[in-house]
Design a protein. Sequence first.
Length: 162
Amino acid sequence: MLIIDISIIAISYYIKWMKTDNTSTTIFFSILESALKQHKKHVQFALNKHGIDITYDQWQVLDIIVNNEDIKQTEIAEKTSKDTASVTRIIELLNKKGYVARQTDPNSRRKHILGVSNHGEKVYHKAATMINECTDKALAGLKEKRLKKLKKVFKTISKNCK
């Protein structure tokens, strides 16, 4: 399995280079996208290998539902950077698998209340363990200081894109 080490030095180098060369901007984001895809593939492989019937995208939505009571689908979409139609499809799949239940809000028929089933909680925690192991493996060799700098860089990029 390929482990991608994005060092802060490399990112700093690309950021400096991007200021003078427009093609390097594309390279930076291509490398970033490739790292994210490799991580997602690694996670999905581990989930499948351990018989955990959930995709990484489904787990992201389930994670938000588990950790946020009375959250709206639009808020889930915002937190996952997915469009509302994708979130709706994911929630429908989670509902079909018996991981979540949708109930109509008695105060507003257009609003749904999402709840996690006992089975959904079990799958969530099993998947979380696998995802954490995969993430630890992907980040192996990166020091905490570098990770903090990377988080800051990525937050700045996200903020600049809003």
